[in-house]
Design a protein around this ligand. Structure first.
Ligand SMILES: Nc1ncnc2c1ncn2[C@@H]1O[C@H](COP(=O)(O)OP(=O)(O)OP(=O)(O)O)[C@@H](O)[C@H]1O
Ligand SMILES: [Mg+2]
Length: 386
């Protein structure tokens, strides 16, 4: 009874609700259709987005971030400059100098890292390394030559000026691995109280593909900032081997890097306080362009040590050891054709043998065993390469 009363009085408003409900259901349906459409569009955009990300990307450097949030970029290689936008999450990571990847539409796709990073990764920088000439066995003539060509121009420039002689532009050390090339370069930097900046040619072209030329430019820039400095390019053959012209992109990249190196050297003042050294195991493989006057115009061969030098090297590397009655001269005699690095290994191994024996000092037998061990290892190594 009561119910009917309610129903009766509610009848007109129930109708109204029914109509509203129908309308709502209709717009819900509309919205569902829209959601479907948007979902489809979203999927489409995501696919396009992935497609764009897969396309070849260009590397650019952030020059500045403008107040309105736009990003001022300079593209590597062609030096084109432009303004672009980036999603908020990417913009938060950017600062001037950062390297970014951009797509065809010049939008930033990701951050690669910043230049300083790659500089640090590829360049080893030491303020006046802790190596002095008395830690180098033999090589007296070579050290003398390097001092005249690298150290004196830095420490006594007035002599060159007075006599009117130009010091050589670049000094190339060549010789077998482990003969002391890096050691000499470091000792010179120490003696000249110069910053030692080492860059490995093979890392330059194999690890930092596309960045080689830029890194060479930065290497010389860094040297000028940190002058007096010695730039040491290790394994320069990786950058400066005879042109092969096999047309692969790898060799084009090496060519660009080499060109940049030659350009940097040509633009350099011989009398400045940055000296350039390089090392290689294969001087015969080098591009003649590198050896022209005004580039690496002083070649110094670093030979295998003779018997006297071997004795000196053995003494240097056993200096801190407790040595019993050991005839180092005999060890020097039987280690013909060994490099400085191998002789260092002999001393280290002999020390380890004595440690294993829990002895008080290193004895002759330890040295003899060490020679055998190191020789076997080198023989095994050589076999690996053939
Ligand atoms: N003449 C030497 N006197 C003392 N130690 C030496 C000598 N030559 C080499 N060594 C030892 O061998 C190690 C390796 O030498 P270094 O790195 O200078 O060789 P390298 O000629 O630069 O070789 P690579 O061509 O492989 O770069 C040195 O750290 C040093 O301990
Ligand atoms: Mg070396």
């Amino acid at each position: 009874m009561e119910e009917t009363a309610v129903n009766n009085t509610a009848a007109p408003s129930e109708l109204k609700y029914q109509i509203q409900l129908n309308e709502l259901e209709a717009s819900l349906l509309d919205l569902k259709v829209k959601v479907d459409e948007l979902t489809k569009e979203n999927g489409q955009l995501k696919r396009e987005n992935n497609q764009l990300k897969r396309m070849p990307l260009f590397v650019a450097v952030v020059v500045d971030i403008l107040e309105n949030g736009e990003i001022y970029l300079r593209q590597q290689g062609n030096n084109q400059e432009y303004l672009t936008n980036a999603p908020e999450e990417i913009r938060a990571l950017l600062k001037p100098g950062a390297k970014v990847a951009v797509n065809n539409a010049l939008s930033i796709v990701k951050v690669i890292g910043n230049i300083y990073d790659s500089r640090v990764r590829v360049m080893e920088l030491e303020e006046s390394p802790a190596i002095c000439y008395d830690q180098i066995g033999g090589l007296a003539d070579q050290i003398k030559e390097v001092r005249e060509a690298v150290e004196y121009p830095l420490t006594k420039p007035e002599i060159f000026r007075r006599i009117g002689v130009e010091p050589p532009k670049g000094i190339l050390l060549y010789g077998a691995p482990g003969t002391g090339k890096t050691l000499i370069a470091k000792a010179v930097a120490h003696e000249a109280k110069a910053t030692f900046i080492r860059m490995s040619g093979s890392e330059l072209v194999h690890k930092f593909i596309g960045e080689g030329a830029g890194l060479v430019r930065e290497l010389f820039q860094l040297a000028r900032e940190r002058a007096p400095a010695i730039v040491f390019i290790d394994e320069i053959d990786a950058v400066g081997s005879m042109r092969t012209n096999d047309g692969t992109s790898g060799s084009a990249e090496v060519q660009r890097t080499l060109m940049q190196l030659l350009a940097e050297m040509d633009g350099f003042d011989n009398r400045g306080d940055v000296r350039i050294m390089a090392a290689t195991n294969r001087a015969d493989m080098l591009d003649p362009a590198l050896l022209r006057p005004g580039r690496f115009d002083r070649l110094i061969e670093i030979p295998l040590p003779d018997k006297d030098s071997r004795l000196q090297i053995l003494k240097i590397h056993s200096r801190k050891m407790h040595i019993g009655s050991v005839d180092l001269e005999k060890i020097a005699t039987i280690t013909e054709n060994s490099t400085g690095a191998e002789l260092e290994a002999v001393c280290r191994e002999a020390g380890m043998m004595a440690v294993r024996r829990e002895a008080d000092d290193v004895g002759m037998n330890d040295f003899m065993d060490a020679v055998r061990k190191v020789k076997n290892e080198t023989v095994a190594d050589n076999r690996m390469y053939t």
